[in-house]
Design a protein around this ligand. Structure first.
Ligand code: GLU
Length: 446
């Protein structure tokens, strides 16, 4: 790529389901690349499969991307671009690269089986290329409609992948792909290339399941006279068992992760950083990550998603997040001021946890006081400093209780914790105390 050429990338999901964590990976890799290079990010909805694409899924995808922090500069729908695809199809027909075929699935299955028994690769035999005008007329008279195949060059197509390095796809070992169905609708391959050319896409960043398509697509780019973009094929996120994350099963859908209370940045960082040379660790923002992230950091090995990494990253991010960034969401969970959040955040794994912790401050709390601690509690009440309280109140109080009772360590702190919060774990008492205030403390210590 020349320095002056502006980067244009596209994320091209089919709106046949909601996005899951695995789909977030190419969505974000494109986004980070666009941010890093000051490029343009196009969301291209590959909705040529009319039977399975829905507008509701399209809206869901836009919503899922927005939640992750991705705001496309443009949103395009392939279904609205059929005239452009048709014109490209006609050019390929005119140049003899698209040809008509009539085989049914059954016929193709039988031929493939026969080729295998004869020890030949099960590649389409190009029977369609040998049909005469009379043959086509006869099929037409029978009411049979053709599907259209792209005549491959049958040569090694080489490209330098920005992640995987030099790649060669030998199209001689592939069947000529069907680009147009009998009903005139398109499979994914052609409209994708046509739109990449027409939208000036400079970099195609997508999953490595598309590497062999790239051989075919580069031939189509060349046949249409379009510039061939640069390609980057990333490893796919898998579960711990190495199995793919399926879109249709709805497993780990972004919508579910959102409902479960995960932070979008935690989800985004896990989706990107898993299977790279960077650690799955907090980053202040996607923009900050974009400054240090390079496609070459995506590893060639597998990208195994570990749910425990998401949980711990989510918690670590929250422990570092200030009040202002979460103000509205915290208010919904009963936390309306900064000191309260700062006192509680270290004990929050997901933001929703804060609601229960907030009740430790606002109450009601049922103090737990053992019979043998009654005298100790009286001494603790006695030692409680008068208000106004400042940050030093905890140290002054504890020093006083210590010298009055001779207690130390767990024997000193645990009864106070149980009395003040009703629990044997939770946020530091040092930060809770000023939030409670003297009146509430006296009540709970009684
Ligand atoms: N719609 C295709 C997919 O979801 C797009 C692949 C590509 O990025 O070219 O797999």
């Amino acid at each position: 790529m020349s320095v002056e050429q502006a980067v244009i990338v596209r994320y091209a999901p089919s709106p046949t389901g909601r996005l899951h964590l695995g789909n977030a990976r190419p969505a974000l890799l494109n986004w980070l690349f666009a941010l890093r290079h000051g490029g343009t990010y196009v969301l291209r909805l590959d909705d040529t499969d009319h039977a399975r694409s829905t507008e509701a899924f399209a809206q869901g995808i836009i919503e899922d991307l927005a939640w992750l922090g991705i705001t496309p500069a443009r949103i395009e729908r392939q279904s609205a671009r059929k005239a452009i695809h048709d014109a490209a199809r006609d050019r390929l027909i005119a140049s003899g690269r698209l040809y008509r075929c009539y085989e049914t699935e059954d016929e193709l299955d039988r031929r493939r089986a026969r080729a295998r028994t004869m020890g030949r690769p099960p590649i389409y035999d190009r029977a369609g290329l040998r049909l005469t005008d009379a043959d086509h007329e006869r099929y037409a008279a029978e009411g049979r409609k053709p599907h259209w195949r792209f005549r491959l060059d049958g040569r090694p197509v080489a490209f330098t992948d920005l992640i995987k390095g030099p790649q060669t796809v030998n199209t001689a070992s592939m069947s000529d792909p069907v680009l147009v169905r009998e009903d005139g609708s398109y499979l994914y391959t052609l409209p994708s290339v046509v739109d990449d050319i027409e939208m000036g896409i400079t970099h195609v960043i997508r999953g490595e399941d598309h590497v062999s398509n790239t051989g075919t697509q580069i031939e189509i780019f060349e046949a249409l006279g379009g510039p061939v973009p640069l390609f980057a094929h990333h490893n796919l996120l898998t579960g711990a068992d190495g199995e793919g994350l399926s879109k249709r099963l709805g497993s780990l859908s972004l919508a579910d992760l959102r409902t479960e209370g995960y932070e979008p940045l935690a989800v985004a960082l896990v989706a990107v950083l898993t299977g790279t040379s960077l650690p799955v660790a907090p980053q202040p923002s996607l923009a900050a990550l974009a400054e240090i992230f390079d496609l070459a950091m995506v590893s060639h090995g597998p990208a195994r998603f570990d749910p425990a990494e998401l949980d711990s990253l989510n918690a670590r991010l929250l422990h570092e997040t200030g009040f202002d960034a979460l103000r509205d969401r915290l208010a919904a969970h009963g936390v309306a001021n900064e000191p309260m959040w700062l006192a509680l955040r270290g004990n929050v794994a997901r933001l929703g946890d804060v609601a229960e912790l907030a009740r430790l401050v606002t109450g009601p709390v049922t103090p737990v006081i053992a019979d043998e601690d009654r005298a100790f509690m009286a001494a603790a009440r006695e030692a409680l400093p008068e208000e106004p309280w400042d940050d030093g109140v905890w140290d002054r109080w504890i020093a006083a209780v210590k010298s009055a009772t001779g207690r130390k360590g767990r024997g000193l702190f645990m009864p106070l914790r149980l009395a003040l919060t009703g629990r044997d774990d939770g946020p530091e008492l040092r930060s809770l105390l000023p939030l409670l205030g003297r009146r509430a403390c006296l009540d709970r210590l009684s």
